[in-house]
Design a protein around this ligand. Structure first.
Ligand SMILES: Cc1cc2nc3c(=O)[nH]c(=O)nc-3n(C[C@H](O)[C@H](O)[C@H](O)COP(=O)(O)OP(=O)(O)OC[C@H]3O[C@@H](n4cnc5c(N)ncnc54)[C@H](O)[C@@H]3O)c2cc1C
Length: 417
């Protein structure tokens, strides 16, 4: 493992690795969920966590310039101190680095209203596997000089270059945030409420859902007083000017009632709203406590097809007799079906879970979705990628990879390899 302290050190490591043909695995916090930082073929794990400085924060230009090892939460609080918002908001933000967040093009809890990480990357400094340093984009919103390498590197999962600095866009912080909770008989009912909220002309900042297993796990973990007898919970919310936020919350509550909610409440205070969001963020750790092996995926479908996808996941879980709980970013159609098994040594159960997920990915593709909405391909989903992209696109991906990384040293065995 190497912990470089500068761009020059990153360049020296990569140059040497290319000369010797040694794999290099870039790593931020290692919180990815697709085996993206596993050194499958050995080699050098290049941890960027020492590069953790915020180099500049410009309220007049609405941007920040940061090193890759700054955590998303640190950037968000530095921005908040200037009444600004760093919008990308993965559930792992307290540990996830900005470099890793850009390299995975992470989504998170604000995707519907604010978009995902790629919408906020203005420019990058990156080191190619040969050791050459490039600067893509810059400080501008408008810049169409050359191919858009900033976008190509965003979401490239450490397979094309190592990000050593990023210039990212910030937004003015919203004046206020409001959050509500609705309980439904089933997850499919919650899916229908989501469709009704958006069809009603609203663009919520938060629209997250949890099924009964997830709600129970979160309640056991965080003791928030959540109702545990309902089939699903929908967390909805908005931010902005106070009156408009309250009006939007009222309309979302009404839409939930019309869609058959058992109960709807809105958080009276910001602290309560934040506690609810924190509860949603802890769903994965809460579920993981239920067993010894957690397999979490992020099949994503167009929003109107959420209810259908949820029903398909239920059918697949029954067919393979595996427990699958589902939560996710409902506003983005981004589902996290999660299977928790009691023992990784129960190979028969693990095999059934793998077959179930294979069918879940196939179902997502049939419904015009994707095998991964935000977690990335890594090594975990590489076997399914060709099914989505087709052979012509796969070979273009490989040619792009070879153009950046002629010796094939950067994160081999992952996306594009
Ligand atoms: C509890 C939990 C909740 C999560 N919630 C979300 C969520 O809501 N939304 C979401 O999208 N993801 C989520 N994730 C997944 C993950 O946390 C994010 O993708 C995160 O942004 C990764 O950041 P990291 O620093 O941990 O990157 P790592 O895991 O270290 O790396 C991720 C990938 O990026 C590459 N990489 C890292 N740094 C660099 C660099 N400087 N240059 C080039 N490549 C690099 C790595 O090689 C790897 O392929 C969650 C994970 C957990 C554990």
């Amino acid at each position: 493992m190497v912990f470089p302290g500068s761009t020059e050190e990153v360049a020296a490591v990569l140059q040497l690795a290319t000369q010797r043909g040694v794999p290099v695995i870039p790593r931020g916090a290692g919180s990815n969920l697709c085996a993206g930082t596993v050194a499958l073929q050995g080699g050098i794990v290049l941890a960027l966590t020492r590069l953790d400085r915020i180099l500049e924060l410009s309220p007049s230009e609405l941007l920040a310039r940061v090193q890759p090892g700054v955590t998303s939460a640190a950037l968000a609080s530095a921005a908040a101190a200037e009444d600004l918002l760093w919008a990308p908001d993965p559930g792992s933000r307290t540990v996830a680095t900005v470099g890793g967040t850009i390299a995975t093009c992470a989504g998170g809890l604000r995707g519907l209203k604010y978009g995902v990480t790629r919408n906020y990357v203005l420019g990058l400094e990156a080191v190619l596997p040969t050791g050459e340093v490039i600067r893509t984009g810059g400080r501008l919103n408008k810049d169409v000089a050359g191919y858009d390498l900033t976008r190509l590197l965003t979401g490239s999962e450490g397979t094309l270059a190592v990000i050593t600095e990023a210039t990212v866009a910030l937004r003015p912080a919203p004046e206020t945030t409001g959050t509500g909770v609705a309980y439904f008989p089933t997850l499919a009912d919650a899916g229908r409420a989501v469709a009704a909220i958006i069809a009603g002309g609203l663009l919520p900042a938060t629209l997250e859902f949890l099924d009964r297993t997830c709600v129970n796990a979160v309640e056991d973990f965080a003791h928030l007083g959540l109702r545990t007898d309902a089939g699903a919970l929908l967390l909805f919310g908005d931010d902005g000017e106070p009156d408009a936020t309250q009006a939007a919350l009222a309309r979302m509550s009404d839409a939930c009632v019309v869609a058959g909610a058992l109960e709807v409440t809105t958080a009276a205070q910001v602290t309560e709203a934040e506690a609810l969001l924190a509860a949603r963020r802890c769903t994965l750790p809460a579920l993981s406590r239920l067993g010894a092996l957690t397999i979490l995926e992020d099949a994503t479908v167009p929003r109107p097809r959420i209810a259908e996808m949820v029903e398909r996941i239920g059918g697949i879980a029954d067919r393979y007799s595996v427990p699958i709980a589902t939560f996710g970013h409902a506003g983005d159609g981004n589902l996290h079906p999660t299977c928790v098994l009691q023992s990784p040594d129960d190979t028969e159960a693990v095999q059934r879970a793998e077959l179930a997920f294979k069918d879940i990915f196939a179902a997502a593709l049939e419904l015009d979705g994707t095998i991964t909405g935000e977690h990335g391909v890594g090594a975990a989903k590489l076997p399914y990628l060709a099914q989505q992209l087709g052979q012509a696109q796969m070979s273009l991906l490989r040619r792009l990879k070879a153009a950046f990384d002629p010796a094939g040293i950067l994160n081999p065995g992952k996306l594009g390899s």
